[in-house]
Design a protein. Structure first.
Length: 70
């Protein structure tokens, strides 16, 4: 069995610390990108809501919707 010494433990801990730092940076990047996607999706939803409102107005004008039901 290999002898475990302080130097070996120190090297392993340094590698873990490096990996953890990289993981933190990656998570930070993912959070930024997810936020951007959420903001973009909110914009799409707003546009769809406006289109839905406009479509309802057009349907009412051309008589496709019974206005007594509204």
């Amino acid at each position: 069995m290999a002898e475990v010494n302080n130097e070996l433990i120190f090297e392993v801990l340094k590698q873990i610390q490096h990996d953890l730092a990289q993981l933190r940076a990656d998570v930070r990047d993912v959070k930024i990108r997810v936020t951007a996607v959420e903001e973009g999706l909110a914009g799409v939803n707003r546009r769809l809501d406006r289109i839905d409102d406009r479509l309802e107005r057009v349907e009412r004008r051309v008589g496709l919707v019974d206005q007594s039901l509204e």
